[in-house]
Design a protein around this ligand. Sequence first.
Ligand code: DC
Length: 220
Amino acid sequence: MKIAIDGPAGSGKSTIARKLSVRLGIPYLETGLAYRAAGFLVLKHLGAVSELSWKEIEPLLHRLEIEPRVGKTVVRVDGEELGEELKGEDVGRVASLVGTVGRFREFINEYFRSLLKGRQAVVEGRDAGTNIIPDAELKLFITASPEERAERRFRQLKRAGVEVSYEEILRGIVERDERDSQRKDYPFKPAPDAVIVDTTGKSVDEVIREIISMVERVRE
Ligand code: DC
């Protein structure tokens, strides 16, 4: 079974994809982590840039390794596993910039396809259903209102002890949505055959139940 999960930042898609991977016992590929790891490398080697080219990113990529496992996507840079380092807003901003580089998307999608060849997987990310596993049996587009997404991110960051304002996060989400949807290469949009799952006002468990029953229908 191959399941593709897309959706905007803060829609809860990572939580849902991870839980689904565990419930179904199949590996989880969180593609955003590759963009975040590339963003992390860019920040480390080039600084907080506001523009980025393939020529600048390419030499950094041999350091990067991704391993999809049940319930977890392992990311290594120079053989060391990264975790919390990838979660910050600054890394997220550069990751979004990395996503505007078409050659990077081609490179990383090819790498993802090679990792997934002949395997079952839950693949989560901006173009999972359109470019990475277009043959997925189930394609889901998880969404929620910008305000609810900002609220969730706000609570998440607050729990992690990060000082940010709700307005700042909401602005960041609207900006990122706009950049992701308007880029020239691979603009972010749901696959035409994706099922839209609106999670506004729903608990994670409710959403998981909804999706598991879709999986059962597809498997019948
Ligand atoms: O899903 P996330 O917030 O971890 O992703 C961070 C950024 O990476 C996001 O703003 C856009 C980019 N990204 C992308 O362009 N394509 C993907 N498949 C995943 C992430």
